[in-house]
Design a protein around this ligand. Structure first.
Ligand code: HSE
Length: 430
């Protein structure tokens, strides 16, 4: 029976997880894919780093040549992360006839098309299931199981750190800073939490999903991004009163040959399946023409869940090697660059909180401006702020975002307006 030999680039948390999961299931690989699968080598920049797993010292190398020039290596698993040297290693591996599996969203969100093209030119497999949603199958479905549908939109909770923070803020009324500190203490958030809380991590995943879903190149710079730092427990409380949860959403949509790709906090109806995705869990809701609505749920991060997705790719590659059909899933985005819709041209509903003077005619003045800019109001809640004016909480009907801001710029300058507190988009309902 053939042995498929794997080299793991990077023996960090996830790299060791891949070794662990491949070893723990070694007895079943022959049955599941018709070959033995062995991790033959690991490339590690710091060969003396303490490991949680047993790994033969003579199989840990620090020179890339020892991997790429080894004719026995069939599959390279890249879990170094970041752009370089990961990009160079992957391109070089493909050129040398290796198949590649990676979890590297940073790289894919910027250089994905280049690598897909290189894999196609080499006739090799390049799989990246773990790059979006950790353990959750979403790349495979977008490239295979859902390929018969035209995808209309994807709405995802694709960052566990921010979902944990928002869950704590909603369930306990704690403020962002305190929830973040707890997330850091629990190891969910990094010491520098910028990539998570500012939406950059989620935006990378949106770029990858949009490219696959709409068969057109979408990169990180195409994704509009807002984080969750400004969200307050009061926003979440008022949203709940109106029947919504607040989540950091990654959204991509194709309409009229234009692609929307955006990440921002948004309200979502409490009865939408995404509203009950809490703590560090991720979920991705996909709507297509034939398939209708589907949702994929699970662990978006962590050693073993991420390793599960990568090892799944290794098994799939092993099957293709045995059947001599590597490289059969080609890039569907090459040569196509649909226009990206600017955020001002996106049509969506809005949730607004503003403090106005509490006197006759105020509501009429605000409504007049909304009317002039074609902003239609769907729901209004007014509360008294104990002598500090009246707080108006509004949900609009769908409106072009540029029109909404035109109205708000007029309203914020009116003498009756004390403050516009919050402007959030509302997603998940037509
Ligand atoms: N930092 C990410 C998260 C996991 O919090 O979900 C890796 O993308």
């Amino acid at each position: 029976m053939r042995t498929i030999n794997v080299a793991v680039l990077g023996l960090g948390t996830v790299g060791q997880g891949v070794v662990k999961v491949l070893r723990e299931h070694e007895a079943v690989w022959p049955q599941k894919c018709g070959a033995r699968i062995e991790v033959k080598k690991a490339l590690e920049k710091y060969p003396d780093r303490p490991l949680d797993i047993e790994f033969p010292a003579d199989a840990i190398v620090s020179d890339w040549k020892e991997v790429v020039d080894d004719p026995e290596i069939d599959v390279v698993v890249e879990v170094i992360g970041g752009i370089e040297p990961a990009r160079t290693f992957i391109l070089d591996a493909l050129k040398h006839g290796k198949n590649v599996a990676t979890a590297n969203k940073d790289l894919l969100a910027v250089h994905g098309q280049e690598i897909l093209n290189a894999a196609e030119a080499a006739g090799k497999d390049f799989f990246f299931e773990a790059s979006v949603g950790g353990a959750i199958p979403i790349i495979g479905p977008l490239r295979q199981s859902l390929i018969a549908s035209d995808i209309q939109h994807i709405i995802g909770i694709v960052n566990g750190t921010t979902n944990y923070i928002l869950t704590r803020m909603a369930s306990e009324g704690v403020r962002f800073d305190d929830a973040l500190k707890d997330a850091q203490a629990l190891g969910y958030a990094e010491v520098d939490p910028t990539a998570d809380v500012d939406g950059i991590d989620a935006a990378r995943k949106v770029a990858i999903m949009a490219t696959l879903a709409f068969h057109s190149k979408v990169t990180l710079k195409d994704v509009y991004m807002e984080g969750i730092k400004e969200i307050t427990p009061e926003d979440i409380k008022f949203a709940a009163k109106m029947g919504y949860a607040v989540k950091l959403l990654g959204i991509c949509r194709e309409e009229d040959q234009q692609i929307e790709a955006r990440v921002h906090p948004a309200l979502i109806p409490s009865d939408h399946p995404l509203a009950s995705v809490n703590h560090t869990f991720n979920a991705i809701f996909v709507k297509g023409d034939a398939v209708d609505e589907t949702m994929f749920y699970g662990r978006g991060a962590g050693r073993m869940p991420t390793a599960s997705a990568i090892a799944g790719d290794v098994v799939e590659i092993s099957r293709n090697i045995l059947a001599d059909c590597c490289g059969r899933i080609k890039s569907s985005s090459r040569g196509s660059a649909k226009a990206i819709r600017t955020i001002a041209n996106v049509n969506t509903k809005f949730f607004l909180r503003m403090v106005l003077e509490d006197k006759p005619g105020v509501l009429a003045q605000v409504s007049k401006v909304f009317g002039e800019k074609e902003v239609s109001i769907a729901m209004v809640l007014q509360t008294n702020r104990d002598g500090d004016g009246a707080e108006l909480v509004v949900i609009t009907h769908k409106v072009r975002e540029g029109n909404l801001w035109d109205a708000l710029h007029v309203i914020e300058k009116m003498p009756i307006t004390k403050k516009i507190i919050t402007v959030l988009r509302v997603e998940g309902e037509e």
